[in-house]
Write a protein that binds this ligand. Structure first.
Ligand SMILES: CC(C)(COP(=O)(O)OP(=O)(O)OC[C@H]1O[C@@H](n2cnc3c(N)ncnc32)[C@H](O)[C@@H]1OP(=O)(O)O)[C@@H](O)C(=O)NCCC(=O)NCCS
Length: 166
């Protein structure tokens, strides 16, 4: 699936509504009130453009740190697609592209993602995009009034690329 990523614009926001998926509904804080910044060295995001040229959704990232020094920092990515653009390979392609963006343009060793144990579509999309399942994070995510178990995924710089061109 040919997709492209571009900086978000204010006009995108009315289509980036969120909330149609139980796995991406974190209440009033879910959706950005402004376009996310496109810079890779801070928390940010990009618009996902489908092959028809339309806005399919957005990808975003926030920075994590597993050790005490900045050398252990890595981005954790997230994605939301408009319902009509789901199930066409866009989530797979977009998440593979974001990981490559970080490997090409920053020195990170690892790009992470995290999803609900019940979010099978996202688990399959991540695996197809080259991410590996690392383990269950018990009670890690507060969503819709409950702590939920999640699954941590990551792709390392040295991991094999996905089976499609990125
Ligand atoms: C999760 C999401 C990003 C996946 O992207 P997508 O473009 O719909 O997924 P893809 O078309 O790339 O499909 C990936 C795989 O999931 C499978 N899949 C798609 N929808 C599915 C569903 N509802 N249930 C189970 N599997 C599903 C596909 O068959 C495919 O598997 P395969 O390659 O083994 O055939 C997208 O559906 C979405 O935005 N969902 C709502 C928000 C969300 O859950 N975001 C992630 C929060 S962590």
């Amino acid at each position: 699936m040919a997709v492209s990523l571009r900086p978000q614009q204010r006009d995108d926001l009315h289509l980036l509504t969120g909330g149609e998926s139980p796995f991406d509904d974190f209440g009033p804080m879910s959706r950005p009130e402004q376009p996310r910044p496109a810079r890779l060295d801070a928390d940010g995001g990009l618009a996902v453009i489908a092959s028809d040229g339309q806005l399919a959704g957005d990808v975003s990232w926030h920075w994590m740190q597993w050790g005490p020094t900045a050398g252990s920092r890595c981005p954790m990515i997230g994605i939301w697609l408009r319902p009509e653009y789901r199930g066409r390979g866009i989530g797979t392609a977009a998440q593979a592209q974001v990981a490559q963006l970080f490997f090409r343009h920053t020195t990170v060793n690892r790009v992470e993602a995290h999803t609900d144990v019940e979010n099978v579509a996202e688990q399959r999309a991540l695996e197809a995009a080259g991410f590996r399942r690392e383990g269950v994070t018990r009670g890690a995510q507060w969503r819709d009034g409950e702590y939920r178990d999640g699954i941590l995924y990551a792709v390392l710089r040295a991991d094999p690329p996905p089976s499609f061109p990125v």
